[in-house]
Design a protein around this ligand. Structure first.
Ligand SMILES: [Zn+2]
Length: 382
């Protein structure tokens, strides 16, 4: 590929997304070859692409390949045969990429389709983000976890975790609590079951992510060594502080509870439970953002809508730039890929997003007009 110069009125460059006015990025062989001011490249004779704002490609830290909450009554589709899952996933992956998501962490799918699709993505056979995959999510047999597999008993969990890792899991996903507000937030798996899964994963260097909305399950996960806490919808300030002190991650996923669009596509019982959880979520997420805990952000099943989640971060009190960092470099750190993506720095993969925006604002992520993944421009329509 011939080198291309990407030029922007505002470029968000470097590890912390520093604002560079009149910035430019030289892309060569899929990588960032140079970063500077427009004037530094006055002698460059090759192709130039200009946008008002250019920033790193987005990182969606909580998605599912074959769940598509944009389809009415989508929870029922989980029981579909494997081929249907693959077909939905191929469309979802393309939608993720076109919205500017160049890396995504997929938090559990069935039939190991995520391993096959990750390979196809690497080989360029299909369009989509760089994928970090959980394979089969693990839940207690009496508990929440739409895409989770029921696995009871510490020994059974050890075996299941080993199978996931042998099949190609990048990390392990556990379901611990419900997703919506309950009078009591139960921790469904036992302490031993959570501990056994974490122990097996860590034994071979794989991190563990847990779906944990709050309640005593939070404290069990903290003690067991869970690396990333998904959702945290109803956790307390003390719980966020504990997470911050331990240096673990919070992955904020507001859309399922906050978005009307999402609720309209759920069965009615689910929609009312989501609506009843909103107030408590807003209270908790404000505390989370204020607490100083490290956080990333995820869209959880609504493909192409990560921009909405980033806007919610701002609504919860994050600065515009903090919200954009959560959706880029922080996400890359959480996914373990910050050495190759998440920021515009020399040597990293050329994962870029161009926005039709006059300033730094999360809302502008809804106006993506350029997506470049590993140096290749992504067709945004057709
Ligand atoms: Zn999820």
């Amino acid at each position: 590929m011939a080198p291309v110069l990407y030029v922007a009125d505002i470029l968000l460059a470097g590890r912390e997304l520093d604002k560079v006015e009149g910035g430019a990025v030289l892309v060569e062989d899929g990588h960032i070859a140079a970063v500077g001011k427009r004037g530094d490249f006055a002698g460059f004779a090759g192709e130039r692409v200009e946008r008002p704002l250019i920033m790193p490609g987005l990182v969606d830290c909580h998605a599912h390949m074959a769940l598509d909450a944009g389809i009415r009554d989508w929870p029922g589709l989980v029981a579909d045969p494997e081929a249907e899952h693959v077909l939905r996933a191929v469309a979802a992956l393309r939608a993720d990429l076109r919205s500017g998501v160049t890396t995504a962490r997929y938090m559990g799918d069935k039939y190991f389709i995520d391993v096959a699709l990750r390979r196809a993505l690497r080989e360029g056979g299909i369009a989509g983000p760089r994928a970090v995959v959980a394979t089969r999510g693990i839940k207690a047999s009496h508990a929440h976890g739409l895409v989770g597999y029921p696995v009871d008993g510490a020994e059974e969990r050890r075996r299941f975790v080993r199978e996931n890792i042998r099949a190609g899991a990048d990390f392990i996903k556990l379901f611990v609590t419900d997703a919506v507000l309950r009078p009591i937030m139960y921790c469904y798996p036992s302490r031993e079951e959570i501990g056994a899964a974490v122990d097996e994963a860590h034994n071979v260097g794989k991190p563990v992510a847990a779906h944990v909305a709050g309640g005593p399950g939070w404290d069990v996960c903290l003690e067991a060594g869970v690396d990333s806490f998904e959702h945290g919808y109803f956790a307390t300030r003390e719980q966020f502080d504990g997470l911050a002190r331990a240096g673990r991650w919070l992955d904020i996923t507001p859309t399922p509870i906050m978005s009307d669009y999402y609720a309209e596509r759920c069965p009615s019982g689910m929609a009312s439970a989501l609506a009843a959880s909103r107030e408590a979520l807003v209270r908790s997420m404000r505390e989370a953002v204020r607490s100083g805990v490290r956080y990333a952000v995820g869209s959880d099943g609504l493909h192409g809508f990560l921009a909405g989640d980033v806007q919610y971060l701002v609504d919860f009190g994050a600065s515009q730039l903090e919200a954009l960092r959560a959706a880029t470099i922080r996400g890359a750190e959480l996914c373990g890929v910050a050495d190759v993506t998440g920021s515009i720095e020399v040597g990293k993969c050329a994962d870029l997003v161009g926005l039709d925006a006059g300033g730094i604002a999360a809302a502008a992520l809804k106006r993506v007009t350029l997506v470049v993944r590993e140096g290749r421009p992504v067709p945004l329509a057709g």
